[in-house]
Design a binder for this molecule. Structure first.
Ligand code: ATP
Ligand code: MG
Length: 591
């Protein structure tokens, strides 16, 4: 973790080192000023020597000025280093998130990633900025002040020692408790962000279901948990001040009492007593600052761990060295594939029950092959594993057992970019980005010409409605594609996938929001104009897949049939059932 964080600081090493240096110089000036004040009082004012007053006054002014300059320089360096550090952390995290596989994202959840990129990084940035200065200022000031006290009067310094023990003892107790509380805070932030993120993305659904109150309550609960933790931590911290004040006043009283005696005795001067008062404050303030450093360290350690975790995360799917860069054809083969959604380590701990082997797995013992250029339909109930199956083809997930081959090679042997260019998937949950229609289309293939885009849209039956939009292909799509209908969005996503000129096209329920006529037109256009491309069409409607060369029937993660429509009607009970229900419904509609 330390190494990971250091790598992000390295670029700002000079500034990070200059900050403590400037701070040390600033502290040196601060500590010496009271000493000069003592001389000004004793040698100048008390002795009635105006020349000494001017001299020591000028020295004091000069030192104050230097202290100011060092303070400003230190502040600038620390701000520069800390903001740079945060920027580096964010981009390192962002880069690694882009490398992550679907399974890694499942593990952290989107809201968790967002909290880490924002709240945790902010906490680290401010902690780093403050610690850089304070971690030098506090101990340095403490030591120098103690030293100066000893120089002035060793007997009176004993008072500080007693104060030091009392203060350290109480601060230790407060801080160790506060630190424990802060470790819980960031987990609560995840909950809060999850609530916010889900609610804002799904605000239309929330309104449609009149669930505002429920969502408000959910948010309030997450916010209250955080609030309670903070109140607890801050109430503990609030003890710091009164304890500190008590000790300071105790010291001042003791110092005044003993100091007065010594002055009467003639073993201490008034000037020395005055500067001792200043050093008491310095010593105790430094202790206070040191305690803050410890709080910040423990608090940011939790964030540092969460941030480093993301930067260090090795994606489940990594690009092989010297991967194959061309996919020869669009043939697909599954050999004894098993897949479940458990995380890697979880999968090793709990063995799959031998009696009900496919109960746990999303896919079990999948073996089939598809020739290049075939059109394959995939049908099965919800949750039967259709999306899971196609996600293995472009290696969005890796199978736990068995292998998936594309174009005669295991998908793991391909360069990921080459594979994913050759296998274009229109995901079931698809999104458009904010930008023009053309931007969105070219997102899949930046080099596509306008003609190519129009052609792809024609095949996807999107050309007509795009032309009718106010600015045609230059019309802006709002964030998340809210200004196009569900069916229009699906058609744009299909066009975007076609623009990659893939060898294999997977449509995961991609026409579910289109009417049956449009659905048929899209299939027809793709079938006639891209005969060499392998097409996999996942659908809920038998009507959408009945014309396919073959249809794969999935039931609860297992393939129960893979044949033509006519043959399946004769042999596959599940297919017969689905067909019966769907034709019956159409019959009702007609009637
Ligand atoms: N990211 C995920 N993490 C954990 N489990 C998942 C995940 N995605 C899917 N599952 C589970 O895997 C099983 C298969 O899901 P899959 O999405 O493949 O079904 P599907 O056939 O595509 O369903 P639908 O027709 O509703 O799209 C389901 O039981 C589902 O709960
Ligand atoms: Mg699905």
């Amino acid at each position: 973790m330390i190494k990971t964080l250091y790598q992000q600081i390295r670029q700002y090493r000079t500034a990070s080192l200059l900050t403590p240096a400037f701070t040390a110089l600033e502290v040196l000036m601060d500590v010496l000023i009271p000493y000069v004040t003592a001389s000004l009082i004793d040698k100048g004012i008390n002795a009635g020597d105006m020349e000494s007053v001017y001299f020591y006054g000028a020295v004091m002014m000069g030192m104050a000025l230097l202290s100011l300059v060092f303070g400003i320089l230190g502040g600038r360096c620390s701000a520069y280093a800390a903001t740079g550090f945060a920027a580096n952390l964010r981009s390192a995290m962002y880069r690694n998130i882009q490398r992550m596989a679907f399974s890694d994202i499942d593990k952290y959840a989107t809201s968790g990633l967002v909290t880490r990129m924002t709240t945790d990084v902010n906490a680290l940035q401010s902690a780093f900025q403050q610690i850089m200065g304070i971690s030098v200022r506090a101990p340095f000031k403490l030591l120098l002040s103690i030293l100066m006290c000893l120089v002035i009067d060793a007997r009176l310094s004993l008072i500080f020692l007693i104060a030091l023990v009392i203060l350290s003892f109480s601060l230790y107790h407060i801080i160790s408790r506060v630190a424990r509380l802060f470790q819980q805070v960031f987990v609560k932030y995840d909950d809060l962000n999850q609530s916010v993120q889900e609610n804002i993305t799904g605000i239309r659904l929330v309104k449609a279901f009149v669930r505002e109150d429920y969502e408000n309550a959910k948010f309030a609960k997450a916010a209250e948990n955080l609030y309670k933790l903070y109140v607890k931590a801050e109430s503990l911290m609030a003890w710091n001040h009164p304890i500190m004040n008590m000790v300071v006043y105790g010291c001042i009283i003791a110092l005044s009492w003993l100091g007065a005696h010594y002055i009467v005795e003639g073993t201490l001067t008034t000037g020395e007593l005055t500067s001792l008062f200043t050093y008491v404050m310095s010593i105790l303030m430094s202790l206070m600052m040191l305690s803050m450093v410890f709080v910040m360290l423990t608090q940011s350690a939790a964030s540092a761990k969460r941030v480093a975790e993301i930067i260090e995360e090795e994606p489940d799917i990594v690009n092989p060295a010297n991967g194959i860069t061309t996919v020869p054809d669009g043939s697909i083969e599954f050999r004894g594939v098993r897949f479940d959604y458990q995380s890697k380590d979880e999968g090793q701990r709990s063995k799959v029950s031998p009696l009900l082997p496919h109960k746990r797995s999303a896919l079990y013992n999948i073996t089939f092959s598809i020739k290049s250029g075939e059109t394959i339909g995939v049908i099965g109930g919800t949750g039967s594993g259709k999306s899971t199956l196609v996600n293995l083809i472009s290696r969005l997930y890796d199978p736990r057992e068995g292998e998936v081959c594309v174009g005669g090679h295991n998908v793991k042997d391909y360069d990921l970019t080459a594979l994913r260019h050759a296998v274009s998937v229109v995901l079931q949950q698809n999104i458009l980005f904010s930008g023009t229609v053309l931007d969105n289309l070219r997102w899949g293939n930046p080099d596509a010409t306008l003609e190519e885009c129009c052609y792809a849209c024609q095949m996807a039956q999107a050309d007509e409605f795009v032309s009718q939009m106010p600015e045609g292909y230059d019309t802006r799509i709002e964030q998340g594609g809210t200004n196009v209908s569900g069916g229009q969005k699906q058609r744009l996503c299909i066009a975007r996938a076609l623009l990659k000129h893939p060898k294999i096209l997977v449509l995961d329920d991609s026409t579910s929001a289109c009417d049956t006529a449009t659905d048929a037109k899209i299939r027809e256009a793709i079938h006639h104009q891209l005969p060499e491309m392998t097409k996999i069409i996942i659908a809920q409607r038998i009507l959408s897949v009945r014309d396919c060369d073959r249809i794969l029937v999935l039931d609860n993660g297992v393939v129960t049939g893979f044949d033509t429509h006519d043959n399946l009607l004769k042999t596959n009970t599940l297919y017969q059932e689905i067909n019966a229900i769907q034709t019956e419904n159409i019959g009702d509609f007609d009637a």
